[in-house]
Design a protein around this ligand. Structure first.
Ligand code: GLA
Length: 392
């Protein structure tokens, strides 16, 4: 099976560039089990990499240009490595050029390349197709340039692509798990300092099921940046009211927040309450997974969803419907929205005995409630980014 997909990439690369690729890199998308909107607050996250990935086949070029074909979009774009400008006609190319830009800033060896990009991470569904593209591109540039960054450095580089090149205030979670994921494991990450730990997904009797609402919202980027700003506002207010030093919501407790409550906007209070309680839930979820307490994990996931809906206000009617319906189905231990929100996917913890029926019951009920076509995405936990092929 592996051979056929490499072979297929070879064939497509030859058709596009009339030459053989020298390197093929891959990087997965992710689903977050719990710890949502905590990463940019220096908190905790618990994602797993999924068996959907971006693949890039490439060979070096001598002329300092990137020539890229997005096979699934039937699109082609070019960029000059000396200019490294954004291309409004090919937004997908910005991720490749953004990675190159960050490597150039670090003075790392950067060569031009012919690139063929393909993959099966659904775009705009909250499963981190962007991070998969960034980490696949970085892995490829590392192979072509003969250097290797460590995991946290690689993830931070991807985050800077989003923050600096694309203007999104996103955190580190997606790039970190895309680079550092391990098959059969979730990854607990402390987003301050980047201590991390693999957490086995033993799940003898339970499994995670991803459900896509089919809704992808254009507003996500501006609402996301608004939440980041509200968290900063909350930090300022808590610091002023309590005198406790701190730079991020990670530094404060619910008691601090209560002390500051009368001196802050209700929105900022609610956003902070979500982040502070979500950090506690994520620590508890790690422990529940380690002890095999799956019912407890399910409760924490459902509590996370309520907090994201009521305090953080990042769900939407379709997400609320798909999680509400799921929770009433037999064998569902917990359901929550996952990723940035405003659309995209939910993650459900389901007893294996009921997993087969889960989608068959969920999707028609979701269609009746919303008029939208949902989708079940089946995936175990996958390995992080890597090289699939390299010619001698
Ligand atoms: C997006 C961002 C992440 C994280 C999540 C919400 O996926 O890229 O950094 O903030 O939203 O948890």
């Amino acid at each position: 099976m592996c051979k056929t997909y490499v072979q297929d990439l070879f064939d497509r690369f030859r058709a596009a560039f009339d030459a053989e690729p020298r390197v093929i890199a891959r990087a997965p998308g992710r689903v977050n089990l719990i710890g949502e909107h905590t990463d940019y607050n220096h908190g905790f996250v618990l994602p797993m990499a999924i068996e959907r990935e971006t693949r890039i086949a490439a060979r070096g070029r001598e002329d300092g240009r990137l020539v890229a074909v997005a096979a699934d979009l039937d699109a082609r774009a070019e960029a000059d490595l000396d200019q490294r400008a954004r291309d409004p006609k090919a937004p997908w190319m910005d991720y490749l050029v953004g990675v190159a830009d960050e490597l150039a800033r670090l003075d790392l060896p950067l060569t031009g390349a012919d690139l063929l990009v393909t993959g099966d991470v659904p775009i705009g569904c909250g499963l981190s197709s962007s991070a998969a593209l960034e980490m696949a591109a970085l892995t490829l540039f590392e192979a072509l340039g003969g250097f290797q960054l460590d995991g946290a450095e690689a993830a931070r580089l991807g985050q800077r692509v989003e923050n600096r090149f694309l203007g999104l205030s996103t955190g580190i979670m997606d790039q970190f798990i895309s680079r550092m994921g391990r098959a059969g494991h979730a990854l607990f990450l402390d987003c301050r300092g980047f201590d991390h730990e693999l957490v086995p997904i033993t799940g003898e009797t339970t499994t995670f099921v991803i459900a896509n609402t089919g809704i992808s919202r254009g507003l996500t980027a501006s609402k996301y940046n608004e939440r980041v700003a509200e968290c900063r506002e909350a930090v300022e207010a808590i610091r002023r009211a309590t005198g406790k030093p701190g730079t991020h919501l990670r530094d404060f407790t619910l008691d601090h927040l209560e002390t500051a409550a009368k001196d802050m906007r209700l929105e900022a209070f609610r956003r902070a309450r979500h982040v502070i309680t979500e950090n506690a839930r994520t620590l508890a979820a790690r422990e529940a997974m380690q002890r095999g307490e799956m019912a407890r994990l399910g409760e924490l996931m459902t509590a996370s969803d309520a907090s994201l809906r009521e305090d953080y206000a990042v769900t939407c009617p379709e997400l609320d419907a798909i999680t509400r319906i799921a929770r009433d189905l037999p064998g569902c231990l917990g359901a929550r929205m996952t990723g940035a929100g405003f659309g995209g996917c939910s993650i459900n913890l389901v007893e294996k005995a009921h997993a087969g029926d889960f989608g068959a019951r969920l999707l028609p009920a979701y269609r009746d409630a919303t008029g939208c076509e949902g989708e079940i995405i089946v995936s175990g936990a996958a390995d992080g980014a890597g090289i699939v092929f390299r010619s001698e």
